[in-house]
Design a protein around this ligand. Structure first.
Ligand code: DOR
Ligand code: ZN
Length: 356
């Protein structure tokens, strides 16, 4: 006898999911023609986004952030209510006055620490954090969050250990010196980082990408080298991925959504020395829904995507909602972005959730 069919929908496996409109607390929108195209994807999925400053040249002053924000606003479709939250790029030469100006602007919501050489367009980053202590103390004083690319750049340290070593060498000492400094440990990739953030006292939180929740480092080498899964910090072992899923779906307000969606052209990824970055702005909420669904925690998605971020940044939650429906669709294998081809994460494969 055939077994009776499962009910079409129950609490752990709904067919539709309506959430307060989510925000992306870490995205690369780039500039110019590429920005005009990728912005449409981010603005469709999210109410706000923390916009990374690693342009060429980097966004190091409030005046540059204000004019970058204006370029973004000008590129938005009429009627869009998307709100770009700007950031400054910390350098050895950033001044305390600049931080005060940034805070007063109401436009800049964080200052990004790229250890020099850690990732894409980070050459102008900080070579010695001890030289920035006055600036960091001012950030603590005015309540400006420090957004951290948490990897050491010491070439002697194995690339898979650079995040864990960063905690010991940089983050823990910094937090001892400036315990009131608000810190977002961006795109965490290890159980070390997840546990450090979960167990710390004080104002520290972390963002987690969809790709680090979905994949471990095997994905980079499945049947050959797969450059579209190469990002920084690089994907780690399965036990690290499991720790990230545990953190993201735990309901802890210290963890929230940050896609780190980072568009690169197909040619610059499929090259002898390919660029780091995964493009997920197109289908971010669908990817996150897939992970939360896999572990039966869809009820925790709204906190992670829509509530914990604004609470940490001291901003109101969004008033609109979005709806995800359980409906299979194929991710395009290639997108046309700013006149070039960009391959989205998992391009060509099927996703079970779709943004209505
Ligand atoms: O994979 C990454 N891509 N990681 C980063 O830190 C930077 C980003 C980019 O800008 O392409
Ligand atoms: Zn990034």
């Amino acid at each position: 006898m055939a077994s009776s069919p499962l009910p079409a929908s129950d609490a752990n496996s709904p067919e539709r999911l309506t959430l307060i409109r989510p925000d992306d607390w870490h995205v690369h929108l780039r500039d110019g023609a590429m920005m005009r195209d990728v912005l449409q994807d981010t603005a469709r999925q999210f109410g706000r986004a923390i916009v990374m400053p690693n342009l060429k040249p980097p966004v190091t002053t409030t005046a540059q952030a204000v004019s970058y924000r204006q370029r973004i606003m000008d590129a938005l479709p009429g009627g869009s209510r998307f709100d770009p939250l700007m950031t400054l790029y910390l350098t050895n030469d950033t001044t305390a006055d600049e931080i005060v100006r940034a805070r007063a602007s109401g436009v800049v919501h964080g200052v990004k620490l790229y250890p020099a050489g850690a990732t894409t367009n980070s050459a102008a980053g900080v070579s010695d954090l001890s030289k920035c202590m006055q600036v960091l103390a001012t950030m603590q004083e005015v309540g400006m969050p420090l957004l951290v690319h948490g990897e050491v750049t010491d070439p002697v340290i194995d690339i898979f250990d650079r995040e864990a070593v960063f905690i010991d060498r940089v983050l823990a000492p910094l937090r001892r010196d400036l315990p009131g400094l608000k810190i977002v440990f961006e795109h965490i990739t290890t159980s070390d980082a997840a546990h450090y953030v979960a167990q710390s006292d004080g104002p520290i939180a972390a963002t987690i990408t969809a790709h680090h929740l979905l994949y471990n480092r095997n994905e980079l080498f499945k049947g050959g080298i797969n450059p579209h899964y190469y990002c920084l910090p690089v994907l780690k072992r399965e036990w690290h991925r499991l720790a990230l899923v545990e953190a993201a779906t735990s309901g802890s307000p210290r963890f929230f959504l940050g896609t780190d969606s980072a568009p690169h052209t197909r040619e610059s990824k499929e090259a002898a020395c390919g660029c780091a970055g995964c493009y997920t702005a197109l289908h971010a909420m669908e990817l996150y829904a897939k992970v939360f669904d896999q572990v039966g925690k869809l009820d925790k998605l709204e906190g992670f995507a829509s509530l914990h971020g604004p609470a940490f940044y001291g901003l109101p939650k969004n008033t609109e909602t979005i709806t995800l429906v359980r409906k299979a669709w194929s991710i395009p294998s290639e997108l046309h972005v700013g006149g070039s081809a960009v391959v989205p994460l998992d391009g060509g494969s099927v996703l079970e959730w779709q943004l209505a």
